[in-house]
Design a protein around this ligand. Structure first.
Ligand SMILES: O=C(O)CCC(=O)C(=O)O
Ligand SMILES: [Fe+2]
Length: 505
């Protein structure tokens, strides 16, 4: 019985995750194609009609997808019922039940084969489901961009300011004063988006009115909000950031989550790090690392400790001129994205992914070297990513770890550690700085910095917050490897004490 419940739970979770991932594909796709299409939906009603058709098609596609998932649900239900068809007889007398060799054979066969098949069937995406996901992927070309969204918000904001409307009334769907039959109310995420637009447009009073409207309408029972990453805290965070920016720190604290608070206080110290104010403490030392792998024994790596918490080391001369030449010949740099795959002023750079683990001989060698440096397995990690920052290019304070929910983390795995190779020299600026631990690393061609984003117990380490300082003169190239925790289960098991990772090995 317990097993049945477990399978049904797994199935429900997997259906939920399937739908979430399905929606996620659309969101990613949407962002990725932000610049791919020149059309603007918000400025013309003809274009908006086209968008309605796009939505019709997406709904049709999603409905068929859900129907496939329901069928899967039904099928598993059926399998479960038939599995314990003789349950009452069995429970009455286990021994008598198993005394019948046919029952024993059935039991062994079920557990030998059926359960495995069932788990595979519930967790795998079937071909007929995949076709809907692919279709949703293709449709992403037609989705509105961030620019469209901005234009739409501007349109509403113009109405509000020109006709002196109240966001609260508009949120209720009242476009014209005295209108007795408001047509369409705005959703809490709509109000939140309008609040964010006003905040960026520096209209704080209006932004606060939109955030208030959003909070007032937020309904905990609408489970899809939190499933798609929108919660009361999302609204409070945006509000807190607004207050923080207008120097109302005390008021901001009431809104902001610890996570965002850390990002903001780190921002202040970040500037000091970029200006080279930090000095290294004396207890750190340099060594030759010859112990992580057998290869490191014959070719030790020059290692300089930078911090113990999080554990952080700088490797010198760890990437060779020929490898750098190969990497810099990469010609497919694309704009970098952040968060839910959005273009953002938080990150101004271009990048190229070396997608395959064994892409080319150089990529293969670099992965082997990463293993020598860290002792960790690179499988299932994000692709090696070459990042190029131009004039003023930077990456604002951030965590590399995702802070996933427990369910997502089990499936996707968080980023346990990061290795950042410096494959170019920057004339001025461009350090990688860790404001909470007073560490700043100046890019030096051929070196690489390794740090842990998760602590020994596997929790996100708030001190691992960092930033790529703006480049003043020159062009900065880094090669990033964000290392996934899942394959490290036995290589870097969680421990609940203070010994730091490499030392504990
Ligand atoms: O460019 C840098 O110095 C930092 C890059 C970084 O933080 C990242 O890629 O996650
Ligand atoms: Fe980072």
């Amino acid at each position: 019985m317990l097993d049945n419940v477990r399978v049904m739970c797994t199935l429900s979770v997997s259906i939920f995750i399937s739908i979430s991932l399905f929606a996620f594909c659309l969101i990613c796709g949407n962002a990725i194609t932000n610049t791919a299409h020149e059309k603007s939906y918000a400025c013309s009603s003809v274009a908006l009609i086209k968008l309605l058709r796009v939505e019709d098609e997406l709904i049709r596609n999603l409905k068929s997808y859900v129907a496939k998932l329901k069928f899967k649900h039904h099928l598993v239900h059926q399998a479960l019922s038939s599995m314990r068809a003789g349950e009452s007889q069995m429970k009455a007398d286990y021994e008598a039940y198993l005394g019948n060799p046919l029952n024993s054979l059935g039991l062994i066969h079920r557990l030998h084969r059926d359960w495995e098949q069932l788990v595979r069937y519930t967790s795998e995406v079937q071909e007929n489901e995949r076709e809907h996901i692919k279709h949703a992927h293709r449709m992403r070309m037609l989705l509105p961009s961030t620019l469209d969204m901005e234009e739409a918000c501007r349109g509403i904001d113009n109405l509000v300011s020109f006709y002196e409307l109240q966001p609260e009334d508009l949120a209720d769907g009242t476009l014209v004063a005295g209108d007795s039959q408001p047509a369409t109310a705005l959703s809490p995420p709509d109000c939140h988006a309008l609040g964010n637009f006003c905040r960026t447009d520096r209209n704080n009073r209006r932004a606060e009115a939109w955030f208030t409207a959003s909070l007032k309408r937020y309904n905990e029972e609408r489970l899809e909000y939190s499933a798609f990453g929108f919660s009361r805290q999302t609204i409070h965070n945006s509000w807190g950031v607004l207050l923080m920016k207008s120097q109302q720190e005390t008021a901001a604290v009431a809104h902001i989550s610890n996570y965002i608070k850390e990002q903001y206080s780190a921002k202040i110290t970040y500037k000091r790090g970029c200006n080279g104010v930090f000095r290294a403490p004396s207890y750190l030392h340099c060594s030759y690392n010859s112990t992580t792998t057998a290869f490191a024994r014959i070719a030790p790596l020059k290692m300089e400790e930078l911090s113990h918490d999080p554990y952080m080391v700088l490797f010198h001369d760890v990437v060779y001129e020929s490898e750098i030449d190969f990497l810099l010949n990469a010609t497919q740099l694309k704009a970098s994205l952040v968060g839910q795959y959005q273009y953002s002023p938080v990150r101004t750079s271009k990048e190229q992914h070396f997608v395959e683990y064994n892409d080319t001989a150089v990529v293969k060698t670099l992965h082997r070297r990463l293993n020598d440096m860290t002792g960790l397995d690179m499988i299932e990690s994000d692709a090696l990513t070459l990042i190029n920052y131009g004039m003023g290019g930077h990456y604002d304070v951030h965590y590399d770890s995702h802070n996933y929910s427990e369910a997502n983390r089990l499936i996707l795995g968080d980023r346990i550690a990061t290795v950042l190779f410096y494959v170019g020299e920057v004339d001025s600026g461009g350090a990688t700085t860790f404001p909470y631990i007073n560490v700043s690393v100046t890019p030096k061609k051929g070196s690489a910095v390794l740090w842990y984003n998760l602590d020994n117990a596997g929790q996100m380490n708030p001190k691992a917050i960092h930033a790529g300082c703006p480049v003043i003169v020159g062009s900065k190239y880094v090669l990033t490897k964000w290392i996934n925790e899942i394959p490290q289960l036995f290589l870097a098991p969680c421990v609940r004490n203070d010994t730091f990772r490499l030392k504990s090995r």
